[in-house]
Design a protein around this ligand. Sequence first.
Ligand code: PGA
Length: 247
Amino acid sequence: MVAGNWKMNTTLQEGIQLGTQIKNALQDKQPACEVVIATPFIHLSKMAELMQDSIVKISAENCADKTSGAYTGEVSAAMVRSTGAQYTILGHSERRAYYHEDYDILRQKVLLALENGLKVIFCIGEVKEEREAGRQNEVVKAQLEGSVFNLTAEQFANITLAYEPVWAIGTGLTATPAQAQEMHAYLRSLVAEQYGQNMAEDTTILYGGSCNAKNAAELFANPDVDGGLIGGASLKADDFMTIIMAR
Ligand code: PGA
């Protein structure tokens, strides 16, 4: 899978324009991967409509930890699903850091997303200090145990993992292919311990963090890197296309 994460970028009109460029560019291509675009909530319905006759699937970037009711400003998983979006990102480091989403909140969000028919791109990753202290494995393990390893195997089959070292996000500092491979192999071993070897092999594990048109092929060449979650470079149709075709 190659998934774009637009974050808080593009007005609705700009988003439709970018989506149309990507859709058109994909028309005569046969990518070897699933293509997903995660957009702000207000774009979802238009984007889902736009991509109806395309291979692109639409994702939200977040959803609420509550079902419905008096939670002003929140958007529920059911609402996201009703737009035609098929995925939601959860656990992005920006949500964890700026909006204080902890393991418990994320566990709720994951359950509600799955109950409402959304697939989840679940992000994990260590900050710079944790990497420097050699604690990255322990950090990602706790993130998985805290929010997704409670799921049944049937539920977990709808989870895509995205390893995003926080020190690499938006910084231009990409993990080396060797660092990515080492971590992805470790993550797959954790899934194998929890859900068995078959599930581990079937789980898609994306790399994210300054993945771009230049370094994507080298990162994707690793046996345990199944694609990418792309921030900045997904906002340029040409770059995003190059990354898709690198998978
Ligand atoms: P980036 O962001 O590609 O801009 O580093 C990746 C992400 O946060 O998903």
